[in-house]
Design a protein around this ligand. Structure first.
Ligand SMILES: *Cc1c(COP(=O)(O)O)cnc(C)c1O
Length: 462
């Protein structure tokens, strides 16, 4: 199992090397050179495994350079932090299967990958005798999940920039009430784009990147996609156990194309998936791509599902690599064209191949609120606004032949304002949020200025 770049300039990497490289050195994203194909009998043998057993069966196929006993230990520790015994349970309400991915420490699906990535980084750094300073900007969920992934870990410090006063109260508290001394929160006096631009500029300074051993935790890291493949197999096993179905559909609330790309990997490995339903909010570039073959940039608008308020979906490049027949040159040319023109178009033959795997629906504000309200009235179950976008799209496109599994990407208490607007009452608060307002906060306010952030990093780097 070797890894290569989508742009053709890097190949032959081991899993460990791919995890450390993050973004490929040629600017592309890393992918396995060959995707392991599972026979139907192999897949059926996975049906009744526990989540950690299944995670080992999937991840070990992509990470042969980690000894089995070490990998098992990493996986066990990563999912011991989840509050549900099944890790990612599937619940059945009124014909809809909901894959609950929010039982991790920060109540959003990013924990599934970042709990694993934090432990993996710590393990690999110890082996190499190295240190790492993680730097990232967040508009909410990624920052808190990354902080919880590496809090208290050896040889890792983490610096997360968020726009001051512009993340939700729960998200701000989750990030800033972590007491571990390797966690540094910086409230930037500016917008998310300001914070993001500072992080990009710092990563662009290769000398600084090297001298501070800077590491990234965004979803360009292959290990994040890999950890997310597992729950597609898990959900399939649970639903098949209940219904005996041969195939399923998945509906996935999408922003960066990371989560749904993990589903596409599962399908390519042989999981019997009829369709992957790509659910977007008003920021619908990916829906226009699937439905019209038009991948063209528009401005980002603020919605009820802020973790999907993205236009340029970084993981889309991984999919393009397959759509373009694994031709790195073509991907490189296309990405350059996209950077210049803000647009890619596709032939009808390409579009037919896209639509063999994907369907897509974009749900606006009213549809999202109505879905939360109706689902609550009909079933008593409270959807968070991201999940509601997925449930809506699943209803629209899932059909009745196969069960549709909707990925629940956040706990409703994380986005209580939208839930209150839809249903008139607050969602129940899980115990991990009890008293979060009263805990001590650790956060530094900093101007939106690269020199100020750079000086802070140099002072506090490990
Ligand atoms: C990050 C996030 C998404 C989007 O996931 P992608 O991998 O970027 O497509 C959806 N819902 C929630 C709650 C998120 O935090």
């Amino acid at each position: 199992m070797r890894y290569q770049s989508t742009r053709g300039g890097v190949s032959g990497l081991s899993f460990k090397e791919a995890v450390f490289m993050g973004l490929a050195d040629d600017g592309g994203l890393l992918l396995p050179e060959k995707i392991p194909a599972l026979a139907q009998s192999d897949i059926e043998a996975l049906e009744n495994l526990t989540y950690p057993e299944l995670a080992f069966q999937i991840i070990s196929r992509f990470a042969p350079d980690i000894p089995s006993s070490d990998l098992k230990d990493l996986i066990d520790r990563s999912y011991a932090s989840f509050s549900h015994p099944e890790i990612t349970p599937v619940v059945h309400r009124n014909g809809v299967y909901i894959l609950e991915l929010f039982h991790g420490p920060t109540l959003a699906f990013k924990d599934v990958a970042l709990q694993f990535l934090g432990n993996l980084f710590e393990y690999l750094l110890r082996e190499r005798g190295q240190k790492m300073n993680i730097l990232g900007a967040t508009s909410g969920d990624t920052g808190s999940a990354a902080i919880y992934g590496v809090r208290g870990k050896e040889n890792i410090n983490i610096f997360i920039l968020h726009p001051q006063g512009k993340v939700s109260a729960v998200q701000e508290r989750q990030m800033t009430t972590v007491p571990d001394s390797n966690v540094f929160n910086l409230a930037v006096q500016g917008t998310f784009d300001d914070a993001q631009a500072i992080v990009k500029d710092i990563f662009g300074d290769l000398e600084l990147k090297r001298s501070l051993s800077l590491g990234a935790v965004n979803s360009i890291n292959w290990a994040r996609v890999l950890a997310q493949i597992v729950y597609y197999f898990y959900a399939w096993g649970r639903v098949r156990g209940e219904t005996g179905c041969e195939k399923v559909c998945f509906s996935v609330p999408t922003g960066n194309f990371g989560d749904i790309f993990a589903g596409y990997m599962a399908k390519r490995m042989g999981l019997p998936v009829q369709k992957l339903i790509l659910a977007s909010n008003e920021n619908n570039i990916l829906t226009r791509f699937v439905n019209e073959g038009d991948y063209s940039l528009a401005g980002v608008v603020n919605t009820l599902s802020p973790s999907m308020d993205i236009q340029v979906a970084s993981n889309f490049e991984r999919y393009l690599f397959f759509l373009y027949g694994e031709d790195g040159r073509r991907v490189k040319d296309a990405m350059e064209r996209f950077r210049k023109e803000g647009r890619l178009t596709f032939t009808s033959e390409e579009l037919a191949r896209v639509r063999a795997d994907f369907l897509s629906h974009s749900a606006g504000r009213e549809e999202t609120l109505n879905t939360i309200l109706d689902f609550h009235k009909d079933t008593g179950y409270v959807l968070d606004p991201h999940t509601a976008v997925g449930v809506r799209a699943g209803r629209e496109l899932g059909g009745s032949e196969w069960p549709t599994i909707c990925l629940a990407t956040a706990h409703p208490a994380k986005f209580a304002d939208a839930v209150r607007e839809a249903t008139g009452s607050d969602p129940e608060r899980p115990s991990s949020l009890e008293g979060i307002e009263d805990r001590a906060r650790r956060c530094e306010t900093i101007p939106a200025d690269i020199q100020a952030v750079r000086a802070y990093l140099e002072k506090h780097a490990c």
